[in-house]
Ligand binder design. Structure first.
Ligand code: AMP
Length: 171
């Protein structure tokens, strides 16, 4: 994991003051590191009969789509409001200041589908918690939420309310 950790760069005060942004672009650019992340996800979910990988906009698309390909599963995007062209379900969630929302197409998932939710990073858990609610609206089964990075001090897992979650690298 040191190889991966060494390729995650801290950018202080981005996108605003006080936030240390974990920049995963050096990891993506390194063939062995990117493959390692996708291999770990693919191996972990290989025998779990996954129908769909749900990727959270936007860095969740990168890891999620590659993992879906490896799992012979479909890929479903969860996106910021106004981006998905068809009818959507929407869930609002709390930010430090104000609220945000994410959406999924109403016909993307069906009862009984087995789903893995993937994003690059778990911080406060607001985004992933909202993604879980979107998947649950369709009565699909969340096998696990998978993250490359988890900022443990923000206790994001608590917002996932018992949904199993997994991260490769913790801070
Ligand atoms: P949260 O809803 O607080 O768990 O935030 C998770 C979402 O915001 C993920 O999609 C991350 O990509 C992004 N994010 C939050 N904090 C950071 C951070 N310190 N560095 C990079 N991305 C972050």
């Amino acid at each position: 994991m040191k190889e991966l950790r060494d390729r995650i760069r801290d950018i202080p005060d981005f996108p605003k003051k006080g936030i240390i942004f974990k920049d995963i672009t050096p990891l993506l650019a390194d063939v062995s590191s990117f493959q390692k992340v996708v291999d770990i996800f693919a191996k972990r979910y290989a025998n779990q009969s996954i129908d769909y990988v749900v990727g959270i906009e936007s860095r969740g698309f990168i890891f999620g789509a590659a993992t879906a390909y490896r799992l012979d599963a479909g890929f479903i995007p969860v996106r910021k409001p106004g981006k998905l062209p068809y009818e959507t379900h929407r869930v609002d969630y709390e930010l430090e200041y104000g609220t945000d929302s994410i959406e999924i197409h109403v016909d993307a998932l069906h009862e009984g589908n087995r789903v893995v939710i993937i994003d690059d990073l778990l911080a406060t858990g607001g985004t992933a918690g909202a993604a879980c609610q979107l998947v649950q609206k369709a009565k699909a089964t969340i096998v696990e939420c998978g993250f490359v990075v988890e900022l443990e001090f923000l206790k994001g897992r608590e917002k996932l309310k018992g949904t199993p979650s997994f991260s490769l690298i913790q801070y």
